[in-house]
Design a protein around this ligand. Structure first.
Ligand code: NAD
Length: 358
């Protein structure tokens, strides 16, 4: 959900009238009555809400046929996947509404409280480890019992951004032996500070953008990386891949050959499955078994922790609105020249405004 009742209450405290579509929270056992108690109005007809609202908040990109209903000059805030959704972006242009894309919130300190990629990736990293533990037929921690000693599971995390760090921390908390790799050398220290081992592979010059994202590797570098991590994968009980390159398909890191070198019973969670996949053979939205190796391809891992994912996503939206809300005038102070808004706004007043997208 894009907001829990507690978040809606805070929006109302700013002087905003909030309406919520009927049944909005049913799947999380939060019912219309709970939203009414927080001060929201329940509306039965979504189109009516879209047509009259100054600001529309949702999680995912809208269906194309809902964009033309939006109020001219209204603000629509959601994940938008704008680099892959030309038709949606064009529809926003012709509706003359303002589209804010949560993926594009700049990575500057002032915008951290609005950074939904991070808030969701953090829960996703946690959920990936919990998901792996469900499929693994072994325990994560070492146990010394009268009935014998159980050795700890070995977990290998590939890609140590927000999701990867949380995956490492969670696997460590559960008592696993954890190793990790990332192409950004700066990460080594962070991995060690969590008590995990950094796997060193020499793939030559790598780096990161000024937003902290990894630069894309060459084909030769990817091959070196694959060779370097083949042995670690084959000795791991769990491999969690989180590698992403902003605005590009995810790099293919774990090959079919590497999967077949893993022990039957081991588990891979491909967190990049919805952007092309880090693992050969992973299927978006499915959990499959390849010669005894379980490959989890859940495309919405934060959704496995939906109440908390909704809490933090709603807080991201609240923080964005609150930053620009003029309490006196009761309006959103929209300034396309302002650093955060110019970064995350895709369309405004009938034009594509985002520089990257242009
Ligand atoms: P991401 O989701 O784009 O990528 C996940 C990880 O995959 C990254 O660490 C990346 O280096 C890694 N990766 C890419 N190609 C790889 C490959 N071939 N092999 C192994 N790993 C590969 O990244 P993210 O989680 O969004 O964050 C990246 C960094 O940005 C993190 O260090 C994070 O702390 C930082 N960050 C900063 C801010 C801020 O406001 N300053 C906000 C959010 C994140």
């Amino acid at each position: 959900m894009a907001a829990l009742p507690s978040t809606i209450q805070r929006l109302i405290d700013l002087g905003i009238d909030v309406s919520v579509e009927t049944g909005f929270g049913d799947s999380l056992y939060i019912f219309d009555k709970d939203f009414e108690d927080s001060g929201a109005e329940i509306i039965k007809d979504r189109s009516e809400g879209l047509a009259v609202s100054d600001i529309v908040c949702r999680i995912n990109k809208p269906p194309e046929d809902e964009i033309h209903i939006l109020k001219e000059g209204g603000i629509h805030i959601s994940f938008l996947d704008p680099f892959n959704e030309k038709n949606l972006v064009d529809a926003f242009v012709s509706s003359r509404s303002t589209a804010i894309s949560m993926e594009l919130v700049p990575r500057i300190t002032r915008a951290q409280k609005m950074d939904a990629l991070s808030s969701q990736a953090n829960l996703g990293g946690y959920a990936a480890v919990i998901e792996a533990s469900k499929h693994l037929t072994k325990s994560f921690p070492m146990m010394m019992t009268a009935a014998g000693t159980i050795s700890p599971s070995k977990v290998f995390v590939i890609g140590v951004g927000v999701a990867g760090l949380q995956a490492i921390a969670t696997a460590k908390r559960l008592g696993a032996r954890v190793e990790a790799f990332d192409t950004r050398p700066i990460v080594e220290e962070q991995v060690r500070s969590l008590g995990a081992k950094f796997v060193k592979i020499d793939i030559g010059e790598t780096g990161e953008t000024d937003q902290g994202y990894a630069k894309e590797l060459t084909e030769a570098q990817i091959e070196l990386q694959q060779q370097g991590m083949k042995k670690v994968c084959s000795q791991s009980d769990v491999v969690i891949t989180t590698a992403q390159v902003f605005g590009r398909p995810a790099p293919r890191i774990v090959t079919g050959e590497m999967v077949s070198a893993m022990q039957p019973g081991s588990v891979i969670v491909d967190m990049a499955v919805s952007t092309g996949g880090n693992v050969e053979g992973s299927v978006s939205g499915e959990t499959i078994n390849l010669n005894g190796v379980t490959i989890v391809g859940l495309s919405n891992l934060p959704g496995e922790m939906a109440t908390d994912a909704s809490l933090v996503y709603g807080n991201n939206l609240y923080n964005l609105i609150e930053e620009y809300w003029d309490k006196e005038a009761k309006e959103f102070n929209f300034d396309i020249e302002e650093e955060i808004l110019s970064g995350c706004t895709v369309t405004h007043q009938g034009e594509i405004t985002n520089k990257l997208l242009k």
